[in-house]
Design a binder for this molecule. Sequence first.
Ligand SMILES: *Cc1c(COP(=O)(O)O)cnc(C)c1O
Length: 377
Amino acid sequence: MYKIRQVDLTSQYLAIKSEIDNAIRRVIQHGKFINGPEVTKFAEHLAAYTGAKHVIPCGSGTDALLIALTALELKEDDEVIVPAFTYIAPAEMIALCRLKPVLTDVDEKTFSISTEQIEQVITARTKAIIPVHLFGQCCDMEAIMNMAKKYDLHVIEDNAQSLGAVYTFHDGKKKMGGTIGHINCTSFFPAKNLGCFGDGGAIFTNNDDWAKTLRMIANHGQKEKYVHDIIGCNSRLDTLQAAILDVKLKYLDIYAAERRTVANRYSAAFELLGELVTPVESMFSTHVYNQYTLRVKENRRDALKQYLAERGIPSAVYYPLPMQKQPALKGRIRTAGSLEVSARLCNEVLSLPVHTEMSVDMQNYIIEEVLNFFHKN
Ligand SMILES: *Cc1c(COP(=O)(O)O)cnc(C)c1O
């Protein structure tokens, strides 16, 4: 029998092997491994695809967040609002900058930061918000931008998981996630929707001054070689990675459509199971399904995971711990409210394989075994 993988990067590569191999060979032949022409070209293509005015490639999604936060020049203990249910990178980078992560609960349906709760935690020290577009769809960016305007806050979108998702404003205007906040970040980690063959990331902004500062911070604070105006770091996207990403960018929308097809088949099959909650698509965003995340009720998540594993079906828990329970953040965060939705989700969520190379047989087998678990148990 075929092996089912949570993420299948090998099959995805094989489908476009000659294009990727040629792109890699070209870089090896010209030898400009750092800041080669492919880096500029990819940044231009990504700007055209997203509609962002400036795209600044960097070393990883985590670096992108660190560089964005550094650019804000906040003071020690200034507060940055971040969801409690997410990957650690945003809260961690806030803490690394000696700023204070203020945790906010999420909406249990969309897993996105709760916009009602944001307003309740704002204080005079609050300087920024990092909404995280979790699992493939955008947070309610219009509400967040309105709040940011009212309280004079910076907005840094963490779009590591949702590149390609489109947000619709009340007036019908559409913008891509990751182009609406002031400075926005994404990741090209292999398992993201646009993944390279190693680490990579990018920062987006529509503001010319921010763009200059961000470029400088990513490049040792220099505009001119060996003149360092501000403190920065060394964070670059390798030319090889840029060449690979430039090939894959052309397929990003096709990949999203393929993920969505799998997600829709899962949801149609599971809809009537009372023990499961299928992913809820919000009104204001398309969903690019970086993850297909179910909620399993009645404390049966771990049993389902084990049952599937015994039948060769991988699944994953994103995330097992909310930020308020992360040891590294102890004593460094401010929490407001109970954060009980985030804590509960960590016990309920289960992500099924959803990638671009899944055969219908594979999907049917997964669906059948999920249904079997609930019928037998
Ligand atoms: C993956 C991810 C990051 C970090 O990206 P890296 O490229 O792995 O550093 C940040 N935020 C979220 C929400 C992510 O999923």
